[in-house]
Design a protein around this ligand. Structure first.
Ligand SMILES: Cc1ncc(COP(=O)(O)O)c(C=O)c1O
Length: 461
C-alpha cells in the first residue's frame, strides 16, 4: 500500500498520534564550548568534574579537536586509556567487524569466542609460569571489587590492606581502599569495614621502604590480624597518587609477607599496565609475581573493558554464578582489546615507551632548569609513565599546586591537554599515546615549556 501523507490535526491527544512524523529540516547545531558548558551545568551534576573546559569533536592518535575547531595535542590520553592512541585503525576496524556480527549476548547467557580469546591472551601475557584464568568486567573499579571477592573466597578471610595515596576506584568498596579524601571520599561514606591502610614508601614524605614495612608490621599488631587478611593490594606505580613507583625491594618484601601469612598479593595495574612503563605490566620491573592482577584502561584502546587475571585455582574459588555482570566482557570491547594488544606487539610499543620515557626525562630536566629553576623538584616514573612535580622551592619542597594548575591552564590555551595528579595536586603526569610521532611529542613539549614560563610569570605577579 502506498504511503499517504495526511495533514496533521492540530488537536492531537496523547492517544491520537499523527500517522507520519514530521521530520524537521536538519540544521547542524552551532556548538561552542561556552554553550555546551552552560548546558552541561544545567543537566549534569557538578560531581562529575572535567579537567578541560572544552568539548571533543573528533580525535585521531595523539590529537584532538574541540567543537570550535581548535586543535590540541593530547598528553592525557583519556586518563591513561590511549597507549595505542585515539581511534587506532586496527582497534576501530576490529570493533566494527564485531559490531557487524553481534554486540551483546551476555557471556552469562550465550558465551562467545572473543571473551575466551582475550582471556587466553591475558593469561599468556601476565607474569608467572603458573596456570592462570581471567575474568572480564567493564570498569576498573569493578575489576578491583572482583579481585577482592576472589581473594576473600580463596582465603576465607575478610581483611584487605591498601596503601596511603593509592587509588582503586569510586565505588563504595574501592573508595574504602582508595587512600585520598578529597575529592573522592569527601561526604560519601561510610565505607565498608575490614579495610586497613599501610604507609606507602615515599621519599617526599620521608617514608623509606623500612618505615613502610615497619608500618605494615605495626598494622598487623594493632588492627589487622594477619590470619584474617585476604589480600594486600598495591599499584606498582601509584597512579592518581602521583606516579611514584613502588621500590622493587618493597614489592619483594610484600611478596614475602604475603607468602608468610597466606595473603594474596594483588597488583592493581589498571593505570600502569599495557606498555605504559615499557613492560606489559609494571610489576614485571620488580620480578615479583602477584597472585591477582587488575587490568583496564589501555587494554582496549578506548573501549570499556576491565579484568582480573590470576592463579587458576584462586580464580576458581568463587562458585559458579558468583562472578559476572550483564555487560562484563562485552564482545565489541573484547575485539578492540585483542586488536590493541596486537598493535602494542606489532608496533613495538613497549620499547617505544622506554625510549619516550628517557626522552621526556631529558627534556623535562632541561626545561625545568631553563624556565623554572628550583621549581621542578622531581621527575619520576617508569618508562613513559612519568610525572613532574612542582614545589615552591627546593629548600622546603612545599607543594606548588597553584603553579601546577596554572601550567595546565596555559598549556590548554596553547593547545596541549595536561592532567595533574598527586596527593597535593602538584604533579603533572604524562599519558601521551605511545603511538604519537616524535614531532608531535616535541611540539607538545615546546608548548609545555611556554606554558610553564607563562605560569611562572603569572604567579610572580
Ligand atoms: C590504579 C587504578 N585502579 C582503579 C581505577 C578505577 O578504574 P575505573 O575508573 O575504570 O573504575 C583507576 C582509575 O583511574 C586506577 O588508576
Amino acid at each position: 500500500m502506498a504511503n499517504t501523507v495526511k495533514k496533521q490535526s492540530r488537536k492531537t491527544t496523547p492517544h491520537s498520534k499523527p500517522q507520519i512524523a514530521v521530520v524537521p529540516e536538519f540544521v547542524p547545531a552551532v556548538q561552542t564550548n561556552a554553550a555546551l558548558i552552560a548546558r552541561r551545568e544545567a543537566a549534569v551534576p557538578r560531581g562529575v568534574a572535567s579537567a578541560a573546559p572544552i568539548f571533543a569533536q573528533k580525535a585521531e592518535n595523539s590529537e584532538l579537536w574541540d567543537v570550535e575547531g581548535n586543535r590540541y595535542i593530547d598528553f592525557a590520553g583519556g586518563i591513561a586509556v590511549l597507549n595505542t592512541g585515539h581511534r587506532h585503525p586496527a582497534v576501530v576496524a576490529a570493533a566494527k567487524a564485531q559490531e557487524d556480527l553481534y554486540t551483546h549476548t551476555s557471556f552469562q547467557v550465550v558465551p562467545y569466542e572473543p571473551y575466551i580469546a582475550l582471556a587466553e591472551k591475558l593469561n599468556e601475557l601476565a607474569p608467572g609460569d603458573h596456570a592462570k584464568k581471567t575474568l572480564l568486567v567493564t570498569t576498573g573499579a569493578e575489576a578491583v571489587e572482583n579481585a577482592v571477592k576472589i581473594a576473600r573466597a580463596a582465603t576465607g578471610r575478610p581483611g584487605i590492606i591498601a596503601f596511603t595515596g593509592g587509588y582503586h576506584g569510586r565505588t563504595l568498596l574501592t573508595l574504602g581502599m582508595t587512600g585520598k579524601i578529597s575529592p573522592y571520599k569527601k561526604d560519601v561514606g561510610p565505607f565498608p569495614s575490614d579495610i586497613y591502610r599501610a604507609p606507602f614508601p615515599n621519599v617526599r614524605d620521608g617514608i623509606s621502604v623500612q618505615d613502610a614495612l615497619t608500618g605494615l608490621q605495626n598494622l598487623f599488631l594493632t588492627d589487622a590480624q594477619p590470619e584474617r587478611v585476604a589480600a594486600i593490594i598495591i599499584e606498582p606505580v601509584l597512579g592518581e597518587g602521583g606516579y611514584t613507583p613502588v621500590p622493587f625491594e618493597m614489592m619483594q618484601a610484600l611478596r614475602d609477607i604475603c607468602d608468610t601469612h597466606g595473603i594474596m598479593l594483588i597488583a592493581d595495574e589498571i593505570q600502569a599496565g599495557f606498555g605504559r612503563t615499557g613492560t606489559w605490566f609494571a610489576i614485571e620491573h620488580s620480578g615479583v609475581i602477584p597472585d591477582l592482577i587488575t587490568v583496564a584502561k589501555s587494554m582496549a584502546g578506548g573501549y570499556p573493558i576491565a579484568g582480573v587475571i590470576g592463579r587458576a585455582e584462586v580464580m576458581d574459588a568463587v562458585i559458579p554464578g558468583g562472578l559476572g555482570g550483564t555487560y562484563g566482557g562485552n564482545p565489541v570491547a573484547c575485539a578492540a582489546a585483542l586488536a590493541a594488544i596486537q598493535a602494542i606487539e606489532d608496533e613495538g610499543l613497549l620499547a617505544r615507551s622506554t625510549a619516550l620515557g628517557a626522552h621526556f626525562r631529558t627534556k623535562f630536566a632541561d626545561i625545568g632548569a631553563r624556565v623554572a629553576p628550583y621549581r621542578m623538584w622531581d621527575i619520576r616514573g617508569l618508562g613513559a609513565m612519568l610525572a613532574v612535580e612542582f614545589v615552591t622551592d627546593f629548600e622546603t619542597i612545599a607543594p606548588d599546586t597553584a603553579l601546577t594548575k596554572a601550567v595546565v591552564a596555559h598549556a590548554l590555551k596553547r593547545g596541549l591537554i595536561l592532567l595533574g595528579c598527586g596527593m597535593h595536586g602538584n604533579a603533572l603526569r604524562i599519558m601521551v599515546p605511545l603511538t604519537a610521532s616524535d614531532e608531535i611529542i616535541d611540539e607538545g613539549l615546546a608548548i609545555f615549556e611556554e606554558a610553564l614560563a607563562a605560569a611562572v610569570v603569572e604567579l610572580r605577579g
